[in-house]
Design a protein around this ligand. Structure first.
Ligand code: PMP
Length: 363
């Protein structure tokens, strides 16, 4: 396209979108031979029951639209968590569920609070929906201080465990946060909760302003299926449905509905995967500690680490040359850290070998 035509087309962008800085996801290399420890996927396969269910759903019924209410899946989720289907909302990954939550529940003309440092999609949704973001700094040990989340805000969004730090708040701290913010929607993003944190689902009956968001991308090993869900008071959930139906009335396709239902039903598989990852996490912390790294205490399927002397950007590049991908955020305060997803035990061992080699040749 000529540059004049390009300029003319660009001038047609909505003003709100011109200033938007979209979220940049971690690298997804297309070739083989990579050790991928950069986007917090599960290194183990999903439940065989999920694969069977998806195969079974892949037939001539694909010509028909899926159930717009996703009722069977919502019933299964409700049963698993002791809720009613009216208290459950499903969407294409928790990213989409969060987008609907920002749109439906967090636009009150007052700033929305979330930790600084945290999931970098939150400021993007704020920009998309014209919400003023108010990042609340973590304390000096990278912990969320709930006392800093004062009432009068337009809502609070908190991942628990936090990402990319991996540090979790206790149920008592979450209760304190909810008690201190009766007039604000509090979104607890539990993407990583299955790896060792306490869930806020137990508080839903007590706090009508609480929305708990989950994903099947991590502990259920289904990032490729794109399924997330939210749980809360039926009246909060209703707002999400209003937005969803105004946007795309089909939350999930037929294959995703079938696979997600089988995944929720196979909690044993999820527990087994989470336990394997917790074991490798403990092993990896010990190894990294012994090599001069400082690891934040993680309740997630990743570690957030800093080396005593080696620079994170250089370690990132040296690992990448060896086809090992980790995550390096070029952001103030954390640009000396790496976020490392817990891989299979063999992948963790390969990482440790590579780091030993890199550190011994760089000093
Ligand atoms: N919340 C947090 C804190 C995350 O790290 C992620 C994964 N990048 C998500 C939500 C979104 O996960 P998904 O859209 O795959 O469900």
């Amino acid at each position: 396209m000529s540059s004049r035509k390009e300029a003319a087309a660009r001038a047609l962008w909505s003003p709100a979108v011109r200033g938007l800085r979209a979220y940049v996801p971690g690298e997804q290399p297309q070739g083989t031979g990579w050790i991928k420890l950069n986007t917090n996927e599960c290194p183990y396969p999903p439940s065989p029951r999920v694969l069977d269910a998806v195969r079974e759903a892949a037939d001539e019924r694909l010509r028909l639209y899926p159930d717009p209410t996703a009722l069977a899946l919502r019933q299964t989720i409700a049963k698993r968590f002791g809720l009613t289907p009216e208290q459950v909302f499903v969407g294409n990954g928790s990213d989409e569920v969060l987008a609907h939550a920002f749109c439906a529940l967090l636009r009150h003309g007052r700033p929305v609070l979330f930790p600084d440092v945290s999931y970098s999609f939150y400021p993007v949704y704020c920009a998309l929906y014209g919400i003023e973001p108010q990042p609340v700094p973590l304390d000096e040990s990278f912990r969320v201080r709930v006392a800093d989340y004062r009432r009068g805000n337009g809502g609070i969004v908190l991942p628990n465990p936090n990402a990319p730090t991996g540090i979790a708040l206790s149920l008592a701290e979450l209760t304190q946060l909810l008690e201190g913010n009766p007039g604000s929607v509090v979104v607890i993003d539990e993407a990583y909760v299955d790896f060792g944190a306490e869930s806020a689902v137990a508080l839903i009956g007590r706090f009508p302003q609480l929305l708990v968001v989950r994903t099947l991308s991590k502990s259920a090993a289904l990032a490729g299926l794109r399924v997330g869900f939210a749980m809360g008071h039926a009246s909060l959930i209703e707002a999400l449905h209003v937005v969803k139906d105004s946007f795309n009335s089909y939350p999930l396709d037929r294959l995703a509905l079938a696979g997600a239902q089988a995944a929720i039903e196979d909690d044993e598989h999820l527990q087994a995967l989470s336990a394997r990852i917790a074991t490798s996490r403990q092993w990896l912390v010990q190894q990294l500690d012994g090599m001069g790294f400082h690891c934040l205490p993680s309740s997630a399927n990743f570690l957030f680490v800093r080396h005593a002397s080696a620079r994170a950007a250089e370690l990132f590049s040296a690992l990448r040359e060896r086809r090992i991908l980790v995550r390096h955020f070029k952001q103030p305060r954390i640009d000396n850290h790496l976020r490392i997803t817990i891989g299979t035990q063999a992948e963790c061992e390969a990482l440790v070998d590579a780091l030993r080699h890199i550190l011994s040749t760089s000093s």
